[in-house]
Write a protein that binds this ligand. Sequence first.
Ligand SMILES: *Cc1c(COP(=O)(O)O)cnc(C)c1O
Length: 374
Amino acid sequence: MTGDGTRVVRAGLPEPRPNEPTLPGPAFAAHFHLPGEVSGPYTYGREANPTWTALEEALSELEAPGGGAGTVVFPSGMAAISAVLLSRLRPGDTAVLPSDGYQLLPALRERLEGFGVTVRSAPTGGDAQLAALEGARLLWLETPSNPGLDVCDIRRLADAAHRRGALVAVDNTLATPLGQRPLELGADFSVASGTKALTGHGDVLLGYVTCLDPELTAGIRAWRKITGAIPGPMESWLAHRSLATLQLRVDRQAGSALALAEALRDRPEVTGLRHPGLPTDPAHALAARQMRGGRFGCVVSFVLPDRAHAERFLSALRFVDEATSFGGVRSTAERRGRWGGDAVPEGFIRFSVGVEDTEDLVNDVLTALNQAKG
Ligand SMILES: *Cc1c(COP(=O)(O)O)cnc(C)c1O
């Protein structure tokens, strides 16, 4: 089997044909020529589009290089997450969600409860989900979690969930398929926001769901058709184009994130430092076992003494944009508490490491920390 770098540059591309583009351009089509009986893959634009197909094949190859996976792309990560939760759960079902997951999960939880679904929650670290599994229909994991960067044991939890008849979904946004392959670890659904590190340029929102079981894939595909939550051909094409550099980006970003975490470890004003690649991090041993290639993601989180200190730090940075989201080629950082959705201290910083020169970035952060001392 080829290496990741070789796989990403060709993933989802058509067989070479003379005088055809290597990556066909976006197909802007609301409908397709359809003489006579309804047949063929492309009929109406809400059902399928060749630009989605190419991206879906690419993502299937990355999530499951052994073959056999199916992917359904969505216009955002939340559309993908909602598709799994809302299509699989019925009134009377029980689901287990992380208590420290993506900030919109609590809002989704309220909707599920409104539809008569019982939702239990458990923190990501320590595999506390085990105690909540009895009678559950679906287990939702997010590992590493955003923004707390805790890690749970996908294999162990998936086995326990399957023994009880529950399906398992993993939010793979932070790791990307190059950093972690949830389906190989036993998950039924690998779900992600492609808005972050996957596409990496901060210019596209996208999401996807990948499954090995064709029936599960078909259910998700049907949900997309019914709800009409479809990505634009242009966004899908941009996402596919971005995949070619995925390995270069995630390797560079993971390396720089580790260097930054190491530099922050020695600073007295920094507490609560988390990065799964840091050998002293509580999640490191497990992350090193289930994540791939030393790719522990581009996010470093830490806490500065208070809100004002954190704000001084952010405005003193020169090469880092103050912005939300993560995974982009340009470093970003923000005081996470400004959103109000996450249970984090006022001085909590989520830092997303871009592809700048590592030394420039670390120097910029250390200089800004000095200036922020006040
Ligand atoms: C951003 C994010 C989402 C939501 O994705 P969108 O593309 O913004 O809808 C879901 N899960 C995680 C872990 C995220 O970071």
